[in-house]
Design a protein around this ligand. Sequence first.
Ligand code: HAM
Length: 426
Amino acid sequence: MAQLQAPKGVPEYFPPRSSAFLAVRDALAAPARLAGYGYAELPVFEDTALYVRGVGESTDVVAKEMYTFEDRGGRSLSLRPEGTAGVMRLVIEHGLDRGQLPVKLWYSGPFFRAERPQQGRYRQLQQVGIEAIGSMDPALDAEVIAIADAGFRSLGLQQFTLQLTSLGCANCRPSYRLLLQEFLTGLVLDEATRARAAINPLRVLDDKRPDVQAQLMGAPYMVDHLCVECREHYDEVRQHLRAVGVEWTEAPSLVRGLDYYTRTAFEFSHSLLGAQSGIGGGGRYDGLMESLGGQALSGIGFGIGTDRTLLACEAESLDIGSATLVDVFAVPMGVAAKQKLVALGAELRRSGIRFDLAFGDRGLKGAMKAADRSGAPWVLVLGEQELADGTVVIRDMSLGEQRTVAWESVQPILAQNIQGTEGAHS
Ligand code: HAM
């Protein structure tokens, strides 16, 4: 039988690397929790219509990359390609928008896009995201951006930059769109690009091909054609960002891959990640909730790529997440010793000290090898002699020193040497 394998383009995390993955995820969520964002657990699949209406029918994400299937009742469902549309649906369905505004939520988990897999581009990708719904205040835009920035910084990342622009609104974008279309008509473009220019001309600005890029010199930019309200909003966002010390570069040609964006749009990229350098992105989406049948409430949020942020940390050689899974590894010789150590282990774990044991009666040599491999800084050995004497051997693995101590004193010794408070290792 052929060896079973995980589907292509699906990164898996397991020890020792998975502890770094968890550390990244938690670090990215922490600044949102400090700012009053509550957790939302969202479905991994939804009605296909939600994404068609919310994200946009003509986006690559919806048109080419969705995993769509029929369920047993013949309904069309799709694995979620992103989180914003689902959060909107949840807020509308459960009436969260009728309570205190803005509604602030964070989420985390897998998303699915049928892209061509490569390093940093996956078909199952992980994101930590936040959404703040129901306020037009530019200070909220700055808060959202500052939360992403704080998450990256708390991990120790340095080689990342923030690109920022404003995409205008329903008032100023249509006339800018015409202006851009007019400009694009004068260029030498292939059939497919012309078709794109007709449907979504902004996307042409994002064309990476050098011959297209060369022709785009002198193209009109949205930021230069904002209406007064959008300009004032954007100015205020930048004032707040300056005040909180977030640095950015103006990115007038920034185009997001999803259709719902209005006004503030941003992307974070990391300089050591090559082609897949986008570690996070987001923006305002002032018409999204209404287009999904809810109130006309604005919103802003981001999605940060957890996988890519981990890759960025590794590229910067940052030491994150503890690679060792336990603080104490115990080696029992015989059943009576095992019982005693199992009971001690339960107590240690209750006090937040991570504990593991040599299972399987494999003899002292094999058990000591397991102790070594565990990476635990402390090893306990309980043999017949110690059992009879009421003692235990405690070995400090970092110094390579061991001593025999009274059984009663082992727990205080460990507690003193290991900062084993609950949550210290979470
Ligand atoms: P997005 O820019 O499509 O935005 O994705 C956000 C982040 O997810 C990207 O910056 C990237 O780090 C990561 N990502 C996306 N696709 C892949 C992939 N194939 N493999 C690995 N990582 C990937 C959104 O999804 C919006 N929902 C963000 C948002 C929230 N906007 C407003 N609120």
